[in-house]
Design a protein around this ligand. Structure first.
Ligand code: ADP
Ligand code: MG
Length: 347
C-alpha cells in the first residue's frame, strides 16, 4: 500500500517527497483502470517548499490545470510572502503609517482567520510574532543562530501583539509603526485551500493536495479506496510511520518541533515561538496533528496547540471540539493521545 506521507518543511523535504512519491514518479499519470479513472500527479515549488497534487479523473488536461494552480500560487505569494520584498504584506510591514489600507481579498481572508485563531487560542497563535521569529534566526533576515540578550528580547517583545493589528471592512491597520506580520504559519494551509477550490472549480472532486506538509484530500483514489495518510514518527533524520489515518474529506496539518530548530549551549531551539515569553517553545510536546475541513484552520490550530504544550493543548482541543492527535516525549519514549473527535480517523 502506498501511503501519503505528511512531511514537514525542512532541508530534506524535497528528497523525502521524492522518496514518498517515487512509485508514482515513474509516470506522471497512472493508467486508467477498470473504474475508468486515472491518477495525475502534479509537482512543483512554492513558498520555499514543494507541492504534490494527485488528481483523479478521466482525460484531464493536467498541464493546463497545473498552469492554473501555479498562477494562483504566484498570486498568493505576491500577496502574503514575507520573503518577497514587494509583496502586499511586505509593503504593509515596511510602512510606518497607521492609516488603514485596503487589502486584497486573499490577504484579508488569511488575516481574518489568523486573528480569529489568535483569540480562540488566547494568543498562542500570534501572527505579529515576526520580530521574535527573526530575532531567534528563523525568519527572512537570517540572523546568526545565537541566544539573544534579555534586553533585546524585551524590546522585541514590546513590538508584538495581535491587539496592534486591526482588520475592518477589508481595511488593514496597525497601531504601532514597527508592527511586523508573519503569516508563515497558516499561509501554506491557505495555499492548499486555494488550490482545492481551483481544482473543484475545474470539476474534479477526487484529489489530494499537499504543500510543504499541509494536506487536504477529498473523495477517492483512482483505485476506489479512501485516501490514507501516514503521520511520521517524530524523529529527526529518520522516517517511519507512527500512525495511519483516513481523514475522509478533510485537511490534515502537523506541527512539530523536531525538524526545524537550532542548537546552542546544548539546548534545542524550536522555530515556534511562545508569544507569552518571547522564547522558542520548550516542552515535551513533539507533534500535533489536526484534522479539519479547512487546511488553513488545521494549520493554524496545530501550531497554536504546539505552543500550548501537552496538557493545555488537549484541554483546548476537547473544549473546542477539535480533532487532534498529539505525540509527547516521555522517559519511556513517545506517548500518543487523541481527542474524542480524532478517533474516527484512526485506521
Ligand atoms: P509548523 O508546521 O511546525 O506549525 P509552520 O511552518 O506552520 O510550522 O509555522 C511556523 C512558523 O510560524 C515559524 O517559522 C514562524 O515564522 C511562525 N511562528 C512561530 N511562532 C508562531 C506563533 N506563536 N504564532 C504564529 N506564528 C508563529
Ligand atoms: Mg502551522
Amino acid at each position: 500500500m502506498q501511503y501519503n506521507f505528511k512531511l514537514k518543511r525542512h532541508l530534506l523535504a524535497f528528497k523525502l517527497v521524492v522518496v514518498a512519491f517515487s512509485a508514482l514518479m515513474l509516470s506522471g499519470c497512472f493508467p486508467s483502470n477498470d473504474l475508468g479513472r486515472a491518477e495525475y500527479l502534479l509537482q512543483g515549488h512554492t513558498m520555499g517548499t514543494t507541492y504534490n497534487i494527485k488528481l483523479v479523473g478521466e482525460n484531464l488536461d493536467a498541464e493546463k490545470i497545473q498552469q492554473g494552480i501555479d498562477a494562483q500560487l504566484v498570486l498568493l505569494n505576491q500577496e502574503m510572502s514575507t520573503y518577497i520584498k514587494d509583496s502586499e504584506l511586505s509593503t504593509f510591514n515596511q510602512s510606518t503609517s497607521l492609516a488603514p489600507i485596503k487589502v486584497s481579498v486573499g490577504l484579508a481572508r488569511v488575516i481574518k482567520e489568523a486573528i480569529r485563531l489568535g483569540r480562540l487560542s488566547d494568543g498562542a497563535l500570534d501572527v505579529t510574532v515576526g520580530p521574535l521569529v527573526n530575532l531567534w534566526g528563523f525568519g527572512p533576515e537570517y540572523r546568526p543562530e545565537t541566544v539573544p540578550s534579555a534586553e533585546l528580547l524585551n524590546a522585541t517583545k514590546a513590538r508584538v501583539g495581535l491587539n496592534k493589528l486591526t482588520l475592518e471592512n477589508g481595511m488593514l491597520s496597525k497601531s504601532t509603526p514597527d508592527l511586523y506580520v508573519d503569516l508563515s504559519t497558516i499561509a501554506k494551509g491557505y495555499g492548499v485551500d486555494l488550490v482545492t477550490e481551483f481544482i473543484e472549480e475545474n470539476g474534479i472532486n477526487n484529489y489530494l493536495v499537499e504543500i510543504g506538509g499541509e494536506m487536504r484530500v477529498k473523495g477517492f483514489k483512482h483505485t476506489g479506496e479512501l485516501w490514507h495518510v501516514a503521520i511520521e514518527k517524530p524523529l529527526n533524520g529518520e522516517r517511519s510511520i507512527q500512525q495511519i489515518i483516513i481523514p475522509k474529506d478533510n485537511a490534515v496539518a502537523t506541527s512539530g518541533d523536531y525538524r526545524i530548530y537550532f542548537e546552542a549551549d546544548g539546548q534545542r531551539f524550536s522555530h515556534i515561538i511562545d508569544p507569552k515569553n518571547g522564547k522558542p517553545i520548550n516542552h515535551k510536546l513533539v507533534s500535533v496533528t489536526v484534522i479539519h475541513p479547512s487546511s488553513m484552520t488545521a494549520d493554524g490550530l496545530s501550531t497554536a496547540m504546539m505552543v500550548m504544550g501537552e496538557e493545555k493543548a488537549l484541554a483546548f482541543a476537547e473544549a473546542n471540539g477539535i480533532a487532534a492527535y498529539i505525540i509527547a516525549k516521555t522517559d519511556h519514549g513517545f506517548v500518543e493521545q487523541s481527542t474524542v473527535k480524532f478517533m474516527q480517523y484512526l485506521k
